[in-house]
Design a protein around this ligand. Structure first.
Ligand code: ASP
Length: 444
């Protein structure tokens, strides 16, 4: 029988009621053998995550300030869950160890990792599953870089012969024995690594939304979830700021050909989003929308350069890009005309060296005209089906024209996986809504 790795995020384990939902989900499918929990997250919007409370205790401890009141709040959260679930356990000795350790050596990663550690203990007890400390299986080198091969080897050794296991997310240990965490949201990464190690048939990532949404719900009212998305499409959207998953969670499963299924703990009946490899067989897929998702990001500037006969000047582009390179600026897009070139860059990176960059480009290529335009937003319309559909770009522009939105930049990569347009920052939300209407609402 195959197995599934299931990761539950902080809001899925924020209180006893959420633990009950999680247990029902796990118990409803006997393949759900390996469980990776986050620390308890927010129960309501003003609530504080356990991880943040632990960082605070660590900071206080580091400054030699008494943190017992803050730590008491942490204890209360866990003890509340234990008593609500009527579990026959207590974490007092664990709490004592943590307090002692924080007083002696207030290390941030150690402090933060305890959120997952303690939650994993409770969840293992509640499910009747084995508890495996992530420090015993997830390995980093002395510089804090994650080591996949060692981790996979250790995980397989530890899990051999075990029916099931709860493995806390977010942390591991360096080869020198020091607790180290991934960056924030890193339990996603642990889940992905464990899925790789146990060769799972699927990595289920349970959260509080029914998958990856087609557009940002703060902009589009109740957008639909994406049914299936390839890793490449996901990367395009994630780069533009759409996120449900830690970026580093992709590699371990992608390299092993394991699909990820984003699911909603509060709506387990929803199918969620499947993230699959690029060579996935889509022939059985119900024919979906032309586009997969839309995402946009503000904070860009374009450097517009004009020079007569630019096209004949060999090395023109290289000289301009060299200036950016020498100033540590990477460029996002570079559409060009015969005598014009326009380079989109992140405004915050450009700002400190703005005048210097202008002066250097003038010196290098002696343009007829150069200017910087700020306040640009970039919008990516992503979809693997666009390649075989005619008229996609026409529809994008029709939508923009009807909304009287001026398109400042257009870029379609050779992969035909996305169409990028630049608009004024003030137009971004409306542009996204119009494109959503054009491709999603009108295709229903
Ligand atoms: N608890 C950690 C955080 O808040 C890790 C995670 O939830 O994935 O960032």
């Amino acid at each position: 029988m195959g197995n599934k790795v299931v990761k539950f995020g902080g809001s899925s384990l924020a209180d006893a009621n959420q633990f009950r939902k999680v247990s029902d989900i796990i118990k409803s499918d006997e393949k759900r053998k390996y469980v990776v929990p986050s620390a308890p997250g927010k129960r309501f919007s003003d609530d504080i995550k356990i991880t943040d409370m632990l960082y605070k205790c660590c900071e206080l401890a580091g400054s030699g300030v008494d943190f017992s009141d803050d730590f008491q709040l942490i204890k209360d959260r866990y003890n509340g869950i234990i008593s609500d679930l009527e579990l026959n356990m207590n974490l007092d000795s664990e709490f004592d160890i943590i307090v002692k350790e924080l007083k002696a050596r207030p290390a941030r990663d150690y402090a933060a990792s305890r959120g997952e550690f303690l939650n994993g203990k409770i969840l293992a007890e509640y499910l009747g599953y084995n508890f495996i400390d992530a420090a015993d299986v997830i390995v980093f080198d002395t510089k804090g870089r994650f080591l996949l091969d060692e981790t996979v080897k250790l995980t397989r050794q530890k899990l051999r012969g075990l029916e099931n296991a709860v493995i806390p997310g977010f942390y591991g240990k360096t080869t020198e024995g020091i607790i180290k965490t991934f960056s924030r949201g890193g339990s996603d990464v642990t889940g992905s690594i464990i899925a790789n190690a146990v060769n799972a048939e699927i990595y289920e990532n349970w959260t509080d939304v029914s998958g990856f949404l087609i557009a940002d719900p703060r902009i589009v009212d109740s957008p639909d979830a994406i049914e299936t998305i390839t890793y490449r499409e996901l990367r395009e959207l994630a780069y533009m700021g759409a996120s449900v998953l830690h970026e580093d969670a992709i590699f371990p499963v992608r390299s092993a050909g394991i699909p990820i299924n984003i699911r909603n703990t509060n709506k387990p009946e929803d199918a969620g989003t499947m993230i699959v490899s690029n060579d996935y067989d889509f022939s059985r897929e119900s024919l979906g929308h032309t586009i997969t998702g839309i995402a946009g990001k503000k904070g860009f500037s374009t450097i517009n350069i004009e020079k007569a006969m630019m096209n004949n000047e060999i090395g023109f582009g290289m000289k301009v890009l060299n200036v950016l390179y020498n100033n540590g600026i990477s460029f996002e897009h570079m559409p060009s005309g015969i005598d014009t070139m326009s380079i989109t860059v992140d405004s915050s990176k450009l700002e400190p060296v703005r005048e210097k960059v202008l002066a250097e480009i003038r010196r290098e290529v002696n343009p007829d005209h150069i200017e910087i335009e700020d306040g640009i937003a970039i919008l990516a319309i992503v979809g693997r089906r666009m390649k075989n559909t005619r008229g996609t770009v026409a529809r994008v522009f029709a939508a923009m024209a009807h909304a009287r939105i001026n398109v400042k930049l257009i870029d379609q990569g050779s992969s035909e996986l996305n169409v990028i347009i630049g608009v004024s920052e003030n137009d971004l939300s409306e542009a996204i809504r119009r494109i959503y209407d054009m491709f999603i609402n009108s295709e229903k």
